[in-house]
Write a protein that binds this ligand. Structure first.
Ligand code: PGA
Length: 244
């Protein structure tokens, strides 16, 4: 079990290029990779960089399968806040990946029962090859809010106050943020072969250091990245690394 590799970059463009190179390496060895792409602001530049590489012929993502990381619950179809919609705009359309190559999370009916089937099917299909993740100020990965154990399955969760406040930046106001969600669990995520964690901005300074240097425990779910067989690379900008 190797420690995560940490790479620090001066600016967003170099961070995006380095992350794109890591993704490119995985896709070259495994053009049919099963990839989890986080939504959120941090990886948007990486996805644009991947799309540019696709445009120039340097990257061919057409054989990959996308597996959804997280989604709000309680939204009507077409709701502007859908994280599937966010993924569609930032990942699927720019990379030319059709809907039928996406494994979506369950959001209707008996979601808890469907989550059990989701994890079972994921494992039967060979799990995740590459997870591209961001981190919450509270140390969440996906919506694995603290406390989340390393064995936590895909499941329905209540969002924490910290996440609701952070997500208000996406949708306008705190009251616009759904309070429940479904998230891929830490167990299937940490079983990925390769994990790239992107961290940017001085507001992530404290949590990136707690993740990498603090106790490995459920109150900082991302700390379990130090206890996985995955090859983990943390690409971080200088603002987050050095802080205010
Ligand atoms: P962000 O979100 O990339 O918008 O900061 C990260 C997260 O909440 O996981």
């Amino acid at each position: 079990m190797a420690e995560p590799r940490v790479e620090v970059f001066d600016d967003a463009a170099s961070l995006d290029r380095a992350a794109a190179a890591l993704v490119g390496d995985v896709l070259r060895t495994n053009p049919a990779a099963r990839v989890v792409p986080a939504t959120g602001e941090t990886p948007v530049g990486l996805y644009a960089e991947l799309a540019a590489r696709r445009g120039s012929g340097a990257l061919d993502p057409t054989g990959i399968t996308i597996v959804q990381l997280d989604e709000y619950l309680g939204l009507e179809p077409g709701d502007r806040r859908s994280l599937y919609g966010w993924m569609l705009r930032t990942v699927l359309e720019p990379l030319g990946i059709p809907d039928d190559r996406v494994v979506g999370l369950p959001t209707d009916g008996d979601v808890s029962a469907a989550c059990v089937s989701f994890d079972r099917q994921l494992a039967a299909d060979g799990g995740i090859d590459l997870a591209i993740l961001g981190i919450g100020h509270n140390g969440h990965l996906g919506f694995n809010e603290p406390p989340s154990d390393a064995t936590s399955p895909t499941r329905v969760v209540d969002l924490s106050r910290s996440t609701i406040e952070a997500n208000a930046n996406y949708w306008g106001r705190v009251d616009d943020v759904p309070t429940r969600a479904v998230t891929m669990g830490l167990a299937p995520l940490l079983s990925a072969s390769t994990i790239v964690l992107l961290v940017a901005g001085e507001r992530k300074h404290e949590i990136v250091h707690r993740t990498l240097e603090g106790p490995i425990e459920a109150t900082v779910p991302a700390s379990f990245l130090r206890r996985t067989s995955a090859e983990v690379t943390v690409v971080v900008d200088r603002a987050a690394w050095e802080g205010p």
